[in-house]
Design a protein around this ligand. Sequence first.
Ligand SMILES: Cc1ncc(COP(=O)(O)O)c(C=O)c1O
Length: 400
Amino acid sequence: METGKYQSVLEKFRKYVMPTYAPKLLIEKGRGAWVWDSEERRYLDFAVGISVSNLGHCHPAVTAAIRKQAEKLVHVSNLYMTENQPLLAEKLINHCFDGVVFFANSGAESNEGMIKFARKWGSDKGRFEIISMEDSFHGRTLATLSATGRSKYRKGFAPDMPGFKQVPFNDVEALKAAIDDKTAAVLLEPVQGEGGIVPSCPEYLKEVRKICDEKGILLLFDEVQCGMGRTGKFFAFQSYGVEPDAVSMAKALGNGFPIGAFIVKRKWADTLAVGTHASTFGGTPLACAAASAVIDVIDSEKLLDNCVRMGEYLMAELGKLAEKYAFIVKVRGRGLMLGVVFDRPAGEFLPLLQENGMLALTAGENVLRLMPPLNITREEADTALRIMDRTFSEFSEKNK
Ligand SMILES: Cc1ncc(COP(=O)(O)O)c(C=O)c1O
């Protein structure tokens, strides 16, 4: 009986799984923009694993690619070549800038590698420090945590790794003042995700590039969340006309199959030479088959166009909700990386939305984060808008 199943999974979860998460919903299957729980209730998924299943759940082309590759070869060491890895690297380069790719398994591991790249680059110049941004998020390993500006994530894990400092985001003068002869690189998310869906100001990003060039230091972009088409370009930086020296990605790269990567410009291709960095599971034939299929789908289904179109539509319609409900301060974002800013903690709305059949996320304290699949239809967007309208209206009634 389904409720019995929920209870027994919950009991096992509480007894045997380390309580770093506190999930309440038991999800059993997903298809496109929808997931179903253990009681066969369906939810419109505007979280997609925090921008992971950007093609929707169980996209048939990705499932087929995984199935086909799993029957042929799942893993061999990177001491050997497999066909899929350079094929995927070429596809990524064709969507980025000319350079070389290192494959990893997660966002944190990709950023960790990118930080190591910057330190290696700076090692003969006495430069090792990474300047990142307040309110940024770069992962949970010790180095990426030290780069992370959201200090609540660092609490209890002192001391921070040496060689990191943060400055306010979108503040040119603060950045200039922080750079010294120890600085190796500036690291930032072109659109901050966890920090509250905060896009870089276009002039700021251009200025940061100029400063890095003048000072002879590297510019690193973390596109783990905002990359892979989420903002309407393959990489968010492409809409700013500013190229970094290296960029990291993960999350949506495998549409749910774990894979991460970072790309460095060709002029820095030899910085991490043989033996300097490695990962047992980085770029397995299976992971690369999945990611390769993801890129093909983004191209063949013209998902970037849909992302821009639906992003503009949702932004406009959410703007109308902001006029209707006084507790909505504003709506911001790029493409389908949208934030609804409230005058109160956004977490209050998540259970209510879930009750009405929609999954979403928070970002920062007061921001409701909406990240539907890039192939969301107009009908699904309208369903989400109706659910949000109903939820906000019920909330108003209760809080009169
Ligand atoms: C911008 C950014 N960087 C890095 C990470 C860490 O990725 P992972 O959880 O795959 O290690 C995240 C995860 O939310 C992220 O949003």
